[in-house]
Design a protein around this ligand. Structure first.
Ligand SMILES: NC(=O)c1ccc[n+]([C@@H]2O[C@H](COP(=O)([O-])OP(=O)(O)OC[C@H]3O[C@@H](n4cnc5c(N)ncnc54)[C@H](OP(=O)(O)O)[C@@H]3O)[C@@H](O)[C@H]2O)c1
Length: 295
């Protein structure tokens, strides 16, 4: 029993050293060496998964992005996030995250589809937060229609907002991650990018593009200890889906093996895992958060 306990402390200490949280680690080592193992262990167990990491989340004014920002704040991250048209909601989130315990938060109004805006955004975040550890590309839109009726404008809008945006922020932040030889990039794709969906050819193409891009970035940057993964949510119930007919929504729920729609927090918990050092040997993966929908 004693041995198991001490092994557990040793494992946690190792993790602390890996996280380069040297101040806390030294403190723990001191108390441990003085025989105050329990104190040290308690200190470790209260540590949060993203303590001291700076994260940037695009499109966090509502839905999944907002849930990711809230979970990151609760896990000790410094949170930078963007919004575009929901100004009040975007600015309102700042106070919410501070209340959840985030030590540093800033909202940026920035259009993810514009290359120059993304470059400016990354530059500002690195300067104002002193670095960047985690990038979450979440901003996305739909412009659904059957191909016969889909306009070129709607094709371009979806590809630029959902796919080009991912290129924009990753391109702009790669140098920062490479210098630090560390970083976790998380791209939000969709089960629709894996399976396709009638009436969503533009959206499916953008999300499938994200999958290919994620795997390529993981291959290119892995040697610099930069990880790149994607999350593919299934049917997640957000403000948007509240507007839909209840009967239709119930039929979708019934078709899912877990018999419910996902919550934004279900996606956010996976984002915490991929952002944290708990996933330090995971890269190039597409994590489906879909209640078993595609199984
Ligand atoms: N909900 C689902 O069932 C589901 C399933 C699979 C994948 N996803 C993906 O998950 C992500 C979030 O979806 P959601 O359901 O949470 O959507 P949502 O509630 O509509 O939120 C989308 C977010 O993206 C932001 N955004 C849109 N265009 C932007 C731009 N050009 N620049 C910066 N921000 C922009 C919006 O900001 P403003 O409102 O401030 O403009 C908003 O914060 C999307 O990538 C979506 O494709 C969702």
């Amino acid at each position: 029993m004693g041995l198991v306990f001490y092994n557990r402390i040793a494992a946690n200490l190792n993790q602390l050293f890996r996280q380069k949280n040297t101040a806390t680690a030294s403190l723990v080592r001191f108390f441990f060496s003085q025989g105050y193992g329990n104190f040290g262990y308690n200190l470790i167990s209260t540590m949060k998964l993203l303590q001291g990491k700076t994260a940037l989340i695009t499109g966090a004014s509502k839905g999944i992005g907002r849930a990711i920002a809230r979970e990151f704040a609760q896990q000790g991250a410094y949170v930078a996030f963007t919004y575009l048209s929901s100004i009040e909601k975007g600015e309102g989130l700042v106070g919410e995250l501070l209340e959840l315990g985030a030590k540093k938060v800033k909202a940026y109004r920035s259009d993810a589809s514009k290359f120059e805006e993304a470059e400016k955004l990354i530059h500002q975040v690195v300067e104002e937060f002193g670095g960047l550890d985690v990038l979450v590309n979440n901003a996305g839109i739909t412009r659904d229609n059957l191909l016969m009726r889909m306009s070129e404008e709607h094709w371009d809008q979806v590809i630029e907002t959902n796919l080009k945006s991912v290129f924009n922020t990753i391109k702009a932040s790669t140098r920062t991650f490479m210098k630090r030889r560390d970083g976790s990039i998380i791209n939000i794709t969709s089960v629709v990018g894996i399976q396709g969906n009638a009436g969503q050819a533009n959206y499916a193409a953008s999300k499938a593009g994200i999958i290919g891009f994620t795997k390529s970035v993981a291959l290119e940057l892995g040697s610099r200890n930069i990880r790149c993964n994607a999350i593919a949510p299934g049917f997640i119930e957000t403000e948007m889906t509240e507007q839909l007919d209840e009967k239709t929504v119930q039929s979708w729920r019934d078709a899912i093996p877990l018999k419910r729609g996902g919550k934004p927090e279900d996606v956010a918990h996976c984002a915490v895992f991929l952002a944290s050092d708990q996933s330090s040997y995971v890269t190039g993966q597409i994590l489906q958060v879909d209640g078993g929908m595609l199984t």
